[in-house]
Design a protein around this ligand. Structure first.
Ligand SMILES: [Ca+2]
Ligand SMILES: [Ca+2]
Ligand SMILES: [Ca+2]
Length: 408
């Protein structure tokens, strides 16, 4: 955006044109995703800015990229902090055999395929042992600090694995064995087997933003840190040669500032909420039970960051895993999620997601849905009744419901 404006300014100066007419107007605050939350202290804004630099840093073979990787910067997949373009969609794999525990084939390079490599290294290929695959399109990273600050207790109140309230919608918390560096905060609860509630990622397999970030550095970019000192390896190559850059390739301070950046990135701001069509669309959304999983309002617990403390906010998710039926079952799984279970994605920012995806929609975990309506039509399982109710709506009501989603 900025570069484009500079280019236009030069162009119109050189043509002696009136620049105001040519320059695109600055986008309004509620039309862009990136930017800090309001109300940060100046010290907090400073860490936010350092984290922003970390999030945009482009790695090269000299700075530790790879040797096997998918992309060379966080922002390369989460452009403008929004959803990823299909060109950066990644592949995970494993081996699923009925009656046996799912095997992520870590000894064969699982769970993630690093489809690119630095010069001199052959890119990883899917091992013959893999028989289950899933594509993952990058989600937006906005407003995650609020989601991270909701207490496990709140999620357990929503957790209803046996559908005790009989509304056809169950939903369960994801339970994850923590990485060795995980330090629980006051919002986390542990189960009898030492597992914690996961909430980030399509299968909710990451417990907190540190967990997600450490995994992203390693699995997506091949960058080691104090939290994970081992570069990805291509198991098909004898002796597993690795890159020449000493580990850790980034300091812990970079990880911490990127996590702080994610925690304080503002939530998407809804638009035109008083428009009668949008007001009606919101009511229809609730009437057809979309809001049973995409619950409109959550509240954070106490937080060490004042602007995140005890805040009500509107993400349209319950952060739980739901049975979404056959069309979305690809046999691949993580944690205690079944292969047909997915974490409810937040719907805030949905109407702005095309801006980061080249002007087109690529929705659902693998980006296969090319419109909001297509995403709804692929809902099944626990969401079957809700989808059927949507299908019964009149054409004008469907338009209103979708206009509401686009206003988020
Ligand atoms: Ca590396
Ligand atoms: Ca791999
Ligand atoms: Ca290295």
């Amino acid at each position: 955006m900025k570069k484009y404006s500079v280019f236009l300014t030069l162009l119109c100066l050189s043509l002696f044109l009136s620049c105001e007419k040519l320059l695109p107007p600055e986008p309004a605050e509620n039309e862009v995703l990136d930017g800090p939350m309001e109300g940060l202290t100046s010290a907090q804004r400073q860490i936010f800015l350092t984290g922003d630099v970390g999030f945009s840093e482009v790695f090269s073979p000299q700075t530790g990229l790879g040797p096997y990787f998918v992309a060379n910067s966080c922002a390369g997949c989460h452009a403008g902090d929004g959803k990823g373009h299909p060109s950066t969609t990644l592949t995970r794999f494993g081996r699923g055999i009925i009656g046996q525990e799912f095997d992520h084939l870590s000894e064969y390079g699982g769970p993630q395929l690093q489809n690119r490599a630095i010069p001199g290294f052959p890119a990883e290929e899917l091992p013959a042992q893999a028989n289950r695959f899933s594509q993952f399109t990058a989600p937006a990273v906005t407003g995650l600090g609020l989601l991270a600050a909701v207490s496990d207790q709140t999620l357990l109140l929503l957790h209803d694995p046996n559908d005790a309230n009989g509304d056809g919608i169950s939903g369960k918390v994801s339970l994850i064995y923590p990485p060795n560096y995980f330090t629980p905060s006051s919002i986390h609860l542990q189960d009898g087997q030492g597992r914690f509630i996961g909430r980030f990622g399509k299968k909710a397999a990451a417990i907190d933003l540190l967990h997600q970030t450490v995994n992203a550095y390693k699995q997506d970019m091949g960058i080691t840190s104090d939290f994970d000192m081992v570069d990805p390896i291509n198991y098909a190559i004898a002796n597993h040669p690795t890159d020449p850059v000493a580990d850790p390739e980034i300091p812990a301070s970079t990880i911490h500032s990127v996590v702080f950046y994610l925690r304080t990135l503002k939530a998407p701001l809804p638009r035109n909420q008083d428009d009668p069509q949008i007001v009606q669309g919101k009511q229809l959304f609730l009437d057809v039970q979309c809001g049973k999983c995409h619950i409109p309002t959550l509240k954070t617990a106490l937080s060490d960051i004042a602007v995140l403390s005890q805040k009500e906010f509107h993400p349209y998710t319950d952060l739980l895993l739901h049975d979404m039926g056959q069309a979305l079952d690809n046999g691949y799984t993580e944690g205690n999620a079944e292969s047909y279970e997915w974490r409810t994605p937040p719907l805030w920012g949905l109407g702005l997601s095309r801006d980061a995806q080249g002007g087109e929609y690529y929705l659902l975990h693998d980006g296969r849905a090319r419109s909001i309506e297509e995403a709804i039509l692929l809902h099944g399982g626990e969401a079957e009744g809700s989808k059927e109710a949507y299908l019964q709506l009149s054409a004008t009501d469907k338009v209103a419901l979708i206009a509401f989603l686009e206003s988020l």
